[in-house]
Design a protein around this ligand. Structure first.
Ligand code: FAD
Length: 352
């Protein structure tokens, strides 16, 4: 072999990129292989990190731990790459019904322990009438493509990245007693970790892992004179991007798993936006990708219980920006120090 590294990582989405940084920081040598696609789940994601979500106003599990690690991690990568891609954001959650407002009142003491929020915030002038009010919370937004591009540039500069590599696990990856070998790239490693996101074909070692992927579509729109920089949530979200430019989404479809954009999704999103704001808007673009979600809606982190040569960081679902830094840290510590990974997110849960 012309090259030997500690770990080969397959995929440079949020999962692979974040794991690569964590491993480099821990002193491991790595090689990342990626297909270099323009449309992936990470590349089109809005990158929102929202503490309280859904109809049930659910506080994201372990929000404070994930949020603290994510802020520290992204700031550190920004400093090292001398780029900017992460912002703390104010988020305005608008109530959809009286019931939702009452639910908030029963939960607000619980939220106060973990989340910065204010009650009865000022609403944008340009909302349609009849708003039931809401609350404002502090969350964040990762400009994902910028994060991936800045990281890729760094990985290239230390010769740790190869692009346009389509790795076919069954034919391209071999194992001997102590190593993983990829003959076509003349590389050997102690471990290979799959950070491939949603794939129709997965290595047979992971056949027991049950995916429940969902396609998501998202629009970029220009809203005339809107001037709102907070992220709005009301059963969908509107996220400020540039002057008068917003990303709006997202749909969920568990049946048609492709990157094809559809009129149905475009109509669903534009109808929601028309119902929310009075300002005219124009659709600038539409994108679609598939979120890697598992059947139990938990991520998958860890090394294979039968061989610690292969592992996985996947299943980030719709929270990849928030959870990747902490999950990548857990996996790195697991490989280096043997620290355990909580059962509910561990790869091993699929093999019992
Ligand atoms: C419409 C939409 C909106 C979203 N909004 C948000 C949001 O607001 N906040 C949030 O946190 N999350 C959001 N997400 C989800 C988030 O994007 C995912 O959690 C995250 O992108 C998953 O990242 P990943 O690295 O696991 O997968 P991916 O982004 O799919 O990356 C996998 C990478 O692996 C490469 N690859 C795969 N197979 C191979 C192979 N055999 N050889 C070489 N390379 C390979 C691919 O080319 C790709 O680059 C959204 C997703 C969608 C679709």
């Amino acid at each position: 072999m012309s090259r030997v590294v500690d770990v080969i990582l397959i995929g440079q989405g949020i999962a692979g990129t974040t794991l690569a940084w964590r491993m480099l920081d821990a002193g491991l040598s790595i090689l990342i292989l990626d297909r270099g696609e323009n449309v992936t789940s990470s590349r089109i994601a809005a990158g929102l990190m929202t503490p309280i979500t859904g109809k049930r106003l659910a506080l994201t599990q372990d929000w404070k731990k994930y949020w603290t690690e994510a802020v520290e991690f992204y700031r550190s990568v920004e400093n090292r790459t001398k780029t900017s891609f992460f912002d703390e954001k104010q988020m305005l959650r608008l109530f959809q019904s009286e019931t939702e407002r009452e639910l908030f009142e029963t939960k607000e003491n619980q939220f106060a322990k973990d989340v910065r929020f204010t009650k009865s915030p000022e609403l944008p002038n340009s909302l349609r009438s009849g708003e039931l009010g809401g609350f404002e919370m502090t969350g964040g937004q990762l400009r994902v493509s910028q994060y991936l591009d800045a990281s890729r540039k760094h990985f290239q500069s230390i010769d740790a990245y190869e692009e346009e590599v389509q790795l076919e696990f069954a034919t391209d990856v071999q194992f001997d007693a102590s190593e993983v070998i990829v003959p076509k790239l003349m590389v050997a490693a102690k471990h290979i970790i799959f950070c491939q996101g949603f794939q129709t074909a997965i290595p047979k070692q992971f056949e027991k892992v049950k995916f429940n992927p969902s396609k998501g579509e998202i629009l970029t729109v220009a809203i005339k004179d809107f001037l709102e920089e907070r992220i709005l949530h009301k059963g969908f979200w509107v996220a400020h991007q540039n002057v008068n430019e917003y990303r709006v989404g997202a749909t969920y479809d568990w049946n048609e798993l492709s990157t094809n954009i559809t009129e149905k999704s475009r109509n669903w999103i534009t109808k929601r936006l028309e119902e929310l704001v009075i300002n005219p808007f124009e659709v600038l673009s539409q994108q679609a990708a598939v979120r890697p979600t598992m059947s139990d809606f938990q991520p998958v982190v860890g090394m294979h219980p039968k061989t610690n040569k292969i592992g996985m960081l996947n299943g980030l679902g719709s929270k990849g920006s928030l959870t990747a830094p902490r999950l990548a840290s857990m996996l790195t510590q697991n490989i280096l120090l043997g620290t355990s990974i909580p059962k509910e997110i561990s790869l091993s849960r699929w093999f019992n």
